[in-house]
Design a protein around this ligand. Structure first.
Ligand code: ADP
Length: 456
């Protein structure tokens, strides 16, 4: 039985995991960097251990120190959250070796899904449609150009070890391909220490629709419906919602995609929570792009639509318990929208805006959930990503969820830093978004037709 969990993360997700532990009667241990001494997860966890300097490389990415902290504090399990070590197969393996339960899939599943090229091969064999492209990493420029011509331009060059939208370049012809291949390799090497890239047909104006998977350790795999994450900036998600407006109009497609997502998870011998990501074109053709083998930032929209606490489910699964429900028990009776509140200035090309939050007041009321580690006087450290919280609003219909999101965004009082709140307000009023027509090309188009003063 799991009695104490080390949370190998920071910020709102660390806080989210502390909360789940408390409700389950499990003790929590926070680990933190010197820059996070004042962090809420450190204050609210039952115990806390400092593991190193401010830079992630000196703390949250130091697997050996985290394992040492786990052994000193005598924990049974480690929850990695997202980012940092969450998709690091060696770390999961180290936990397995030290007899500490890694709250996530087995290291073998992280390995097979973590390499995007291997992942595509794996699910393709299981009959899940994938984007046409290279079978595995491309070897040299000459071969790659040949293949790009066969696939047909435009193509997208992607890092095999990629994540967070980095190491991704689009090419429209042979000349731009040669240049972008070079840039993508460099970017991938810098960001992931691995310069290998693969190429795919670039799907024009698709929707990004992903399915939440839960799999227990006894072979049962189900999905908890979809999230539409088409509102993205530079391939990074800004707004997520469930259900997808596109699938509300196509319930048969939802069924088909849900089944394909479960098949993909089966092909990876998956356990615990994970997400199968697809791109969907205007005709309703869908293509697997990757599987995220961890909890995701946007998990709350699924929680509010299905009523299922995903972090608790992760812990129960890791505890060896069978899923307490079947696919037919999962119902979707609400609409939920999440806005990522980032310390960035949308009027100045999303420049990071770290600093001290003077006053912080977050919205509340019916149908409003705020997952955040911010408070009045909180100093945002410059070392980590810029997300300071998530606003999740839900209601019976999409219209209600949009109105509620706008109302809640208007209640926020955050002094001292710039945030993405004005941008989210403008999007909630935008007719294209309101009609549920946003594709991954939406943000660029929206920015082009919206004066920057709207985001002040
Ligand atoms: P990451 O792991 O970096 O998040 P993904 O493979 O999940 O990368 O892709 C992120 C986003 O990049 C997608 O949601 C989509 O907007 C865009 N993208 C990725 N592959 C393609 C493709 N083949 N065609 C069009 N857009 C793509």
């Amino acid at each position: 039985m799991i009695q104490k969990i080390l949370i190998a993360n920071r910020g709102e997700i660390a806080l989210r995991i502390v909360r789940a532990c408390r409700e389950l009667g499990i003790k929590s241990l926070a680990v933190y960097s010197e820059a996070d001494v004042q962090s809420l997860h450190v204050q609210l966890a039952d115990e806390a251990i400092c593991i190193g300097g401010p830079r992630s490389a000196d703390s949250y990415l130091k697997a050996d120190r985290i394992i040492a902290a786990a052994e000193i504090a005598d924990v049974d399990a480690i929850h990695p959250g997202f980012g940092f070590l969450s998709e690091n197969a060696e770390f999961a393996e180290q936990c397995e070796t030290c007899n500490i339960k890694f709250i996530g899939p087995p290291s073998s599943a992280i390995r097979s899904m973590g390499d995007k090229a291997v992942a595509k091969e794996t699910v393709k064999k299981a009959g899940v449609p994938v984007v046409p492209g290279s079978d595995g990493p491309v070897a040299n420029e000459a071969d790659a150009i040949k293949l790009a011509r066969t696939i047909g331009y435009p193509v997208i060059i992607k890092a095999v070890s990629g994540g967070g939208g980095r190491g991704m370049r689009i090419a429209h012809n042979d000349v731009s391909f040669a240049k972008e291949l070079h840039v993508a390799r460099n970017e991938a090497e810098k960001a992931f220490g691995d310069s290998s890239v693969y190429i795919e047909k670039y799907i024009e104006k698709p929707r990004h629709i992903e399915f939440q998977i839960l799999a227990d350790e006894h072979g049962k795999i189900i999905h908890l419906g979809e999230r539409d994450c088409s509102v993205q900036r530079r391939h990074q998600k800004l707004i997520e919602e469930s259900p997808s407006p596109f699938l509300i109009a196509n319930p048969a497609l939802r069924k088909k995609m849900g089944k394909a997502a479960v098949r993909a998870a089966e092909a990876a011998n998956y356990q615990n929570a994970g997400t199968v990501e697809f791109l969907v074109d205007a005709q309703g053709n869908f293509y697997f792009i990757e599987m995220n083998t961890r909890i995701q930032v946007e998990h709350p929209v699924t929680e509010e639509v299905t009523g299922i606490d995903l972090i608790k489910q992760q812990i129960l699964i890791a505890n060896g318990e069978p899923l307490g429900f079947d696919q037919s028990d999962i119902t979707f009776d609400r609409h939920a929208i999440e806005c990522r509140i980032n310390a960035e200035d949308p009027a100045r090309n999303f420049a990071p805006s770290p600093g001290t939050i003077g006053l912080y007041y977050s919205p509340g009321g019916h149908g409003v959930r705020v997952d955040s580690h911010a408070y009045s006087g909180y100093q945002i450290p410059p070392y980590y990503d810029s997300m300071i919280g998530k606003l999740i609003c839900f209601g019976k219909t999409r219209e209600i969820a949009i109105e509620r999101t706008y109302r809640a965004l208007s209640e926020y009082l955050i002094r001292g830093i710039k945030t993405t709140i004005p941008l989210h307000k403008a999007i909630m009023m935008d007719p294209v978004f309101k009609e549920g027509k946003a594709t991954t090309a939406y943000m660029e188009d929206f920015a082009n037709r919206t004066p920057a003063e709207m985001f002040e």
